[in-house]
Design a protein around this ligand. Structure first.
Ligand SMILES: Cc1cc2nc3c(=O)[nH]c(=O)nc-3n(C[C@H](O)[C@H](O)[C@H](O)COP(=O)(O)O)c2cc1C
Length: 241
């Protein structure tokens, strides 16, 4: 039988995830942007995979606040100018070796526009169709089994307090839903940029589940959470516009 697979040892495991642009506040009160593609969501929690040396990480651990901005697949032109830059004044040797340079104003360098947030200090990125204001909940050091690498990477859990979406992405006749046919995330796969296929590849059995059934994961019966989750009883109840 012909062997259809080979064994390889890739240096990176970037199989394709949405690009996020994390805004945080620097110590002197200015804003930083960290382009990050290690991000996933369950309930209203997001887990970010971050290098501990990044200015984004330093700011997030100090202020406990960030905004997770999601660019669409036509926005790579804003990301390329700030790729291979860091808001950290001293560029760590590891990043120097990769060609990184310091940038103290990534909004200016990228051409992106600041927009004030409602609940957190870091600004949103006006051009991003999705902007999630978030608060730090916990962080976990990765590679704890390796004495010399422990904590170089962190998994950081944040709680989404408020979600802003561009109106054209909303599913018609629903207060709190996204139309996935319209949302075109920018995907990073093995350092290159892609978009999604233009339409659904097939029908989805999972999509027969009513989205509101997942709200059990966004609520607490005993704790007030501080963001918009507390105000939403059912998906349709929170329609304000
Ligand atoms: C498309 C893209 C995706 C990236 N994904 C990640 C990531 O998931 N985690 C990470 O730590 N760095 C990631 N980086 C690298 C960071 O952007 C880089 O460390 C940067 O210096 C962070 O900026 P800061 O030091 O100002 O926070 C990515 C960069 C780009 C351009």
């Amino acid at each position: 039988m012909i062997d259809t697979h080979s064994i390889i040892t890739p240096a990176i495991m970037y199989w394709g995830t949405p690009v996020t642009m994390i805004t945080t506040e620097n110590e002197e009160g200015t804003a930083n942007i960290g382009p990050i593609s290690s991000a996933w969501w369950l309930g209203h929690r997001c887990v970010l995979g971050l290098a501990s040396m990044s200015q984004t990480t330093i700011n997030l651990l100090r202020t406990h606040q960030c905004v997770i901005n999601l660019p669409s697949d036509d926005m790579a032109r804003y990301i390329n100018p700030i790729a291979k830059t860091t808001g950290a004044l001293d560029v760590p040797p590891v990043k120097q070796a990769l060609g990184y340079e310091h940038c103290n104003d990534k909004f200016r360098l990228s051409g992106l526009t600041l927009r004030a947030s409602d609940l957190v200090q870091p600004p949103r990125i006006a051009e991003c169709p999705v902007q999630m204001e978030a608060e730090l909940m916990s962080s976990l050091e990765l590679m704890q089994d390796l004495l010399d690498r422990k904590g170089v990477l962190l998994a950081i859990e944040v709680k989404i307090l408020r979600t802003h979406v561009r109106n054209d992405l909303r599913l018609a006749h629903h207060a709190n839903r996204i139309d996935p046919d319209r949302w075109r995330p920018l995907i990073m796969s093995f350092q290159e940029f892609y978009g999604l296929a233009p339409a659904k590849v097939t029908e989805s059995k999972l999509a027969t589940i009513n989205e509101d059934k997942y709200r059990v994961l966004t609520r607490s019966d005993v704790i007030k959470q501080g963001g918009d989750m507390d105000r939403v009883d059912s998906g349709e109840a929170a329609c304000t516009n």
